[in-house]
Design a protein around this ligand. Structure first.
Ligand code: IMP
Length: 436
């Protein structure tokens, strides 16, 4: 049985959740390996929408167990609300269905306050974070001052760590960031102890579970959040999230060997979007960008912010393929391109007159690149009812074929709408993951 990693290969919001949901009918484990409640997935099954932020999309498959690996940052208050909202629509989130690694770092209210205050204090070059406290929580992880899920479950340890952290964070908020937000030890501790009681049964040895599932030939899926170009090491720094979003991090976070991975599947929107600040070479500031935003309903699931929209960027896709080892692309939201006379594809970049073979490391340089576009014929037909490649108009199939040629990667599936039924897996290497 296969081990697969699904990653976004643009700036997030590629539709990973929906593809993971589709591909996990037969999965034993679905493991989230980075990020936190900055992510937002909407999965639609027979017209019924479910919003997910932390819990892997596999939760909608009754036989699938979902895990949060050590590299995730967990806001226990958000998790409590997410579990309640899933249970309200009869999705079971019992300790049999869902587990959390003891090593997971917690996001606490002061992380969110720090994130918001820093964004407010930045005069220019705002990152445009989700203000969920992601960066400050990862910071505590690397400075070795963070509070982890296993500490939440150990009252004396929690008391000690919380007292130490609160003193420092309250001081930092007030004196350095000029924020009015202060947090009171006893009330925060009381709230956390209540959550500890609720979450104790979810404690899991994720690395042991993952390795044993692999050893016993079960199907394990790793679900990435955000996208490759938001990766802390390889993305458009500093306009990135604070975790490694690339496929390789699945191994580090969940604690298993890279030799175990069978396939990396890259989820790629048929055009491109970005939310927040930072370079976006193929952004379209005109009518086309507006149309993509409107037709694609490109508003952040977590923050509601309108997403910046533009055309597919082959240079960015190729970089992401290389960084992740992507061998199959799933092209999502193809239906949003219906109605354009011509569809643009960004095929290469120049900087100061020189042709580039990759994105430069500096965001200042990426801001300055000029994109060379190619135009392909569009199509007018409504493709939302297509259920196979053959159902698509010739122009749509040519567009897919051109993406394959330009990226050098097989397009093994596509989606033509938000519903589970509108995801079509057409390529053999990915078919093994879906029950088709
Ligand atoms: P943070 O992850 O909240 O620190 O935000 C850092 C950057 O990543 C900002 O530009 C966010 O808009 C972006 N970002 C974070 N999570 C997502 C996501 O799930 N989809 C798209 N962009 C995201």
């Amino acid at each position: 049985m296969p081990v697969a990693i699904v990653v976004g290969i643009q700036w997030g919001d590629e539709g990973k959740g929906k593809v993971v949901d589709y591909l996990t009918e037969r999965a034993s484990l679905v493991v989230r390996f980075q990020g936190g409640d900055n992510a937002g997935h909407t999965v639609v099954v027979e017209g019924h929408k479910t919003a997910l932020q932390l819990i892997p999309s596999g939760i909608l498959r009754p036989d699938c167990r979902c895990l949060l690996a050590s590299g995730v940052v967990l806001n226990p208050f958000s998790l409590r609300d997410e579990i309640a909202s899933l249970q309200a629509v009869d999705v079971e989130v019992s300790p049999e269905r869902f587990g959390i690694a003891g090593e997971v770092q917690l996001i606490l209210p002061y992380h969110r306050a720090i994130d918001a205050a820093r964004e407010a204090n930045r005069s220019g070059g705002k990152i445009g974070t989700t203000k969920k406290g992601i960066g400050p929580a990862y910071e505590d992880s690397v400075t070795r001052s963070g509070i982890r899920f296993c500490d939440l479950l150990n009252q004396p340890r929690l008391e000690e760590l919380l007292a130490r952290n609160l003193e420092f964070k309250n001081n930092y908020l007030k004196e350095v960031l000029g924020s009015d937000e202060q947090f009171e030890y006893q009330s925060l501790l009381d709230d956390l102890l209540k959550l500890a009681d609720q979450f104790k049964p979810y404690l899991a040895n994720v690395s042991a579970e993952v390795n044993s599932a692999i050893e016993t030939d079960q199907y394990v899926m790793f679900e990435g959040a955000q996208g490759c170009l938001l990766d802390i090491s390889h993305g458009t720094y500093p306009f990135v999230t604070s975790s490694n979003t690339v496929a390789g991090y699945a191994c580090a976070s969940a604690g298993f060997g890279p030799n175990r991975v069978d396939r990396v599947i890259g989820i790629c929107k048929a055009y491109c979007t970005r939310v927040g600040g930072g370079p976006f070479p193929t952004e379209d500031h005109g009518e086309a960008g507006e149309t993509l935003c409107k037709v694609g309903n490109e508003f952040g699931t977590v923050t509601g912010r309108p997403r910046r929209c533009g055309w597919l960027d082959v240079m960015a896709v190729k970089r992401a393929m290389r960084l992740n080892g992507v061998e199959s692309l799933i092209l999502t939201k193809l239906d949003v391109l219906s109605g354009f006379d011509k569809i643009k594809i960004g095929v290469s970049y120049t900087l100061n007159g020189e042709v580039l073979d990759d994105l430069p490391p500096s965001s200042d340089d990426i801001e300055k690149v000029e994109v060379v576009y190619e135009e392909v014929p569009g199509w007018k037909d409504d493709i939302t009812k297509a259920r196979s490649l053959e159902d698509l108009p010739a122009e749509t199939r040519s567009f897919i074929a051109r993406v394959e040629e330009l990226t050098g990667c097989a397009v093994d599936g596509f989606s033509v709408g938000p519903d589970r039924a509108q995801t079509i897996i057409s390529g053999e290497p990915v078919k093994q993951f879906a029950k088709v």
